[in-house]
Design a protein around this ligand. Structure first.
Ligand SMILES: Cc1cc2nc3c(=O)[nH]c(=O)nc-3n(C[C@H](O)[C@H](O)[C@H](O)COP(=O)(O)OP(=O)(O)OC[C@H]3O[C@@H](n4cnc5c(N)ncnc54)[C@H](O)[C@@H]3O)c2cc1C
Length: 465
């Protein structure tokens, strides 16, 4: 049995890799990665600089790991829908194995690959593993997807098995004779026209394991208390690992569950939010383009290029919102609480279409994930599934005072506020004039009370139609 194992950017590991294990257990293995221009054409890659950096590093680790196991990761360029069926035929493989993706364009790609392979009589087998449970398999009593998180989480808990990760194969057989491609080296960031950002987390299975171990050791026990604190390193920072699969979701679930302690339930609950977003997108693929709540279709978002630019640049005059903007392009990450405040601010205070923010986040986040980002934005804008109600608006000042009481988060990312007394750190416009003059920081782009009234009045009319 000769199996082509197609690695595809969400499974960049050798441990707990079901297609690899299955292939290694049954004969010859051809490990493949395709540099598809959908992501790797320089003009496309330049639009996702941080993800590309993490992805390339992770691929280098994977290449080394596959070599250590005795084989070679073949790297080829081209459109996967053409390359994979062509090479499968040329290399006379008996089957192609890969992990399933939940996004609509991934599903379409797989449908086309399956069709082309099917014409040649080559089976294409997709494995579950991006999520804890196959998307679409957690259903209400009536047989549909849940529209509320809590009963979804309860149903997940009832269905979840022991989540035992698979070990890395002890060895891989060498590439079969006759299976070769012209060497295509992994492109460097520079070749793609990108400048490496030293603040991006290192990608790869080894760094991911170190991050997981450090989280278990240092932060899991306090996770439930610290996870909302923007000024503390209280969360796992495993989101990019889960996105690119340098750790599998069940490795993380298992490691955290086995560790035990007071932070565990709260952390596992966040993994179920991840699960929820993927199951939602599986059920309603149109969520990447449309609000979950149909009443929001045609919402009169404002065209306001100045507000949009100020929000992106971190110059709105609201410190938490600005820190979030700068953390995003500074290190390709934003604390969850800051994401919620900044996203809500864009959609509700500035009334700028959340889809612009969603695309901006997807471009700059290292963990930028279609399902989770879409769910996060729709939740924050009030139009999502089990979202923050539309009439509830985060007050960015109150959020700052509660979750960054000394302003450490804000000062880290907005150095202009370094000299601002703590008492005014979230309201620098209220500081005494001599202090304000020294700060070189803008006044609020919009008054909170005014913005609140404006959004609520507009939403009331639109949603009440
Ligand atoms: C506007 C907005 C956009 C977002 N975009 C993304 C995105 O593109 N990619 C992404 O992975 N997460 C996204 N999130 C969810 C969340 O902010 C991040 O997962 C989290 O901040 C990552 O940090 P962490 O790994 O330290 O999280 P932890 O608190 O340690 O959580 C552990 C894991 O649980 C998952 N998780 C945590 N919170 C959520 C959540 N609210 N929804 C879904 N999954 C969650 C993540 O996989 C995370 O790595 C978004 C949230 C909002 C409000």
């Amino acid at each position: 049995m000769r199996s082509l194992v197609w690695f595809r950017g969400k499974d960049l590991r050798a441990t707990d890799h079901a297609p690899l294990v299955e292939a290694a257990a049954s004969g010859e293995v051809v490990p493949l990665f395709v540099l598809d221009p959908f992501f790797f054409a320089p003009e496309r890659a330049r639009k996702l600089p941080h993800r590309m950096q993490f992805l390339l590093e992770s691929l280098r680790h994977l290449e080394a790991e596959v070599a250590r196991l005795g084989s070679r990761l073949l790297i080829v360029s081209g459109r996967s829908v053409e390359v994979v069926p062509r090479l499968a035929l040329q290399w006379r493989v008996d089957r192609v194995l890969a992990y399933r993706w939940s996004e609509p364009f991934g599903r379409e790609r797989d449908r086309r690959v399956a069709e082309a392979l099917g014409r040649e009589g080559i089976p294409f087998r997709l494995f579950e593993g991006e999520t804890l449970l196959p998307p679409g398999s957690v259903q209400t009593g009536q047989g549909g997807m849940f529209r509320v998180f809590t009963p979804f989480a309860r149903a997940c808990a009832a269905q979840l098995g022991p989540q035992a990760p698979l070990a890395v194969p002890a060895a891989l057989p060498p590439l079969p004779a006759g299976v070769a491609t012209p060497e295509v080296p992994l492109p460097s960031l520079e070749a793609l026209g990108l400048v490496p950002n030293p603040r991006i987390q290192p990608g790869g299975e080894q760094p991911a394991r170190i991050r997981l171990a450090a989280f278990l050791e240092d932060r899991l026990d306090r996770y439930h208390m610290d996870r909302d604190r923007m000024d503390r390193p209280g969360t796992s920072r495993l989101s990019a690992d889960l996105k690119f699969g340098t750790l599998s979701i069940r490795q993380v679930w298992r490691a955290v569950s086995e560790h035990g302690g007071p932070g565990v339930p709260s952390f596992l609950n966040e993994l179920v939010w991840r699960e929820f977003s993927h199951h939602l997108l599986w059920t309603w693929p149109e969520l990447l383009e449309r609000p979950f709540r149909p009443a929001f279709v045609g919402f009169p978002w404002r065209e306001d290029p100045n507000a949009w630019e100020a929000w992106c640049a971190g110059r709105t005059g609201y410190p938490v919102v600005d820190a979030a903007a700068r953390q995003l392009w500074g290190e390709g990450f934003v604390h969850n609480r800051a994401r919620m405040v900044a996203a809500s601010f864009l959609a509700k205070h500035l009334m700028v279409d959340w889809r612009l923010g969603e695309a901006h986040y997807l471009a700059w986040l290292t963990d930028g994930d279609w399902a989770q980002n879409s769910a996060g934005w729709q939740w924050s804008a009030g139009c999502g599934c089990d979202a923050q109600p539309w009439f509830r608006m985060f007050n960015p000042v109150a959020q700052g005072l509660t979750f960054d009481p000394d302003g450490a988060y804000v000062k880290r990312w907005v150095p202009e506020l370094e000299g601002c007394p703590v008492a005014f750190i979230h309201t620098p416009w209220k500081a005494p004039k001599p202090v304000r003059v020294r700060l070189d920081y803008p006044d609020p782009i919009v008054d909170h009370a005014f913005a609140r009234e404006r959004f609520l009045a507009t939403a009331k009319v639109h949603l009440g139609r």
